[in-house]
Ligand binder design. Structure first.
Ligand code: SF4
Length: 452
């Protein structure tokens, strides 16, 4: 019987103290007289209790025995109710410690969102509404079409409406040749790409629990493991267990790939390629490869002199395959810089079939950033394997729900149809050039103004 794909989320609260986004300061010199005044005015204890309850924090920040004398900052959501209702008595500000979480790309807000998603597996809700800018660098300059969000017949993504998020890895025949395709289907267009040097135990376990895949360096594997894709170089082919069905080979030439493919008969061989602006090489390789895994640095940039961001390099790779008329024959996996649930559909819209996540998994495990992730890998504290696995399962559950939300809002019934649908997205830079430049002229950037 058909069973809808489901990821079982379970509470996995933070195991390590993390700075809360908001800092709550109660000015005792104004707070104490306010309380004394309340005490004096109250005719009886129930009236006093009513007065105190009339200005509570619904999140329990003032819920300790001594109330406002010792606010529980960790619970503050920044709704500013207490500030508005008691001007001058309470200040709610951004915690400077919070600002230090993450690095220049994995910004504190992204890190805190992943923490929340990993702790409960739910879609994060920003109760006080969005107060930030509407465009920014990278993925923040790309907006997706939500035109179907108000479709009256929308039946709810968890109801009768079914949205398929199944994708395939491997090479497909586009004309019938009597042979079955050698492909592997997974239920979510996300795989783990374990950074080298990280203990992959919980990542492998999470992949197993969700039926997804984890790419792990061969040197970090001991024998055959379920839901794992060993990552190897041509020199390591002899060490790969024959039980693996999918293998990822690090290649930098078509010949290198062909050699690996010949040495691994019957296997799905993914070509792991470093994104460096060589779109022609990708198109050449795609004529032979079962699948290509295009890898960027941990901040989503190519490793070249003039690096493009993952958005541009994915569009270029996708278009190179379309021009070569082989786009439907193989799957394109793209990774590096995936730091939020929305980055998954955005990368797919740019042309990826599947997205790989790396540092985001470590953030879910409450890693510690040691500077920029592109230079020094974040480090992990010691934790229980069960907790770590559940955190990653929760992260996937939350991202799966958000993928369904965005697919439903775009009116997509199948994630495969989202691939390369650039017409369903808008880019801030294009809008500036096409819409505003003819009216207001070129935008003056801060540097240009300084130069003047
Ligand atoms: S800002 Fe909102 S959440 Fe924070 S302490 Fe005040 S009332 Fe509570």
């Amino acid at each position: 019987m058909f069973k809808r794909y489901h990821i079982q989320a379970k509470e996995a609260p933070h195991a390590f103290k993390r700075p809360n986004k908001f800092s709550v300061k109660v000015h005792k010199t104004k707070f104490v007289p306010m309380i004394i005044n309340d005490l004096a005015k109250a005719k009886n204890s129930s009236e006093l209790s009513q007065t105190i309850k009339s200005r509570p924090c619904i999140y329990g920040v003032y819920g300790s025995l001594v109330g406002g004398m010792a606010p529980i900052e960790d619970k503050c959501r920044g709704c500013f109710r207490c500030v508005i209702e008691n001007p001058g008595v309470v200040d709610v500000t951004i915690n400077p410690e919070f600002e230090k979480a993450g690095d220049s790309y994995f910004r504190p807000n992204l890190v805190a969102t992943i923490w929340e998603e990993a702790s409960n597996g739910k879609v994060p809700v920003k109760g006080a509404g969005y107060r930030g800018p509407f465009a920014g660098p990278g993925f923040d300059g790309m907006w997706t079409d939500f035109s179907e969000i108000v479709r009256p017949t929308r039946d709810g993504i968890h109801g009768r409406e079914f949205i398929s998020t199944e994708v395939d890895i491997g090479r497909k025949n586009t004309v019938f040749n009597g042979r079955a395709n050698n492909i592997k289907s997974i239920q979510l267009p996300i795989i783990f790409d374990t950074p080298i040097g990280i203990d992959a135990k919980v990542i492998k376990e999470a992949a197993k629990k969700t039926g997804l895949l984890a790419v792990v360096a061969l040197r970090d594997l001991r024998g055959l493991e379920e839901n794992v894709v060993p990552r190897a170089s041509n020199g390591e082919i002899g060490k790969i267990d024959n039980g693996y069905r999918i293998i990822e080979m690090e290649v930098d030439s078509v010949e290198g790939y062909m050699e690996a493919k010949a040495a691994l008969p019957g296997k799905i061989v993914i070509a792991r390629v470093i994104a460096n602006g060589n779109d022609a090489f990708i198109a050449d390789l795609a004529k032979h490869a079962d699948s290509i895994h295009l890898v960027h640095d941990f901040h989503g940039f190519e490793l070249s002199k003039n690096p493009r961001f993952i958005i541009d390099s994915t569009i270029a790779a996708h278009e190179a395959l379309v021009d070569a008329k082989i786009r439907d024959e193989l799957s394109l996996i793209v990774g590096g810089g995936i730091a939020a649930a929305e980055h998954v559909p955005k990368t797919i819209i740019c042309g990826a079939d599947i997205v790989s996540i790396d540092i985001a998994a470590l953030v879910a495990l409450q890693c510690k950033f040691n500077g920029q992730a592109t230079q020094t890998l974040p480090s992990l504290n010691k934790f229980r394997a069960e907790w770590g696995t559940q955190r990653l399962v929760n992260l996937l559950a939350s991202w799966y729900d958000q993928l369904l939300e965005i697919s439903g809002a775009m009116g997509m019934r199948e994630i495969r149809r989202m691939r390369g649908e650039l017409g369903r997205a808008m880019f801030y830079e294009d809008l500036e050039t096409e819409v505003f430049e003819p009216i207001f002229g070129k935008r003056k950037t801060a540097e240009k103004l300084v130069a003047k």
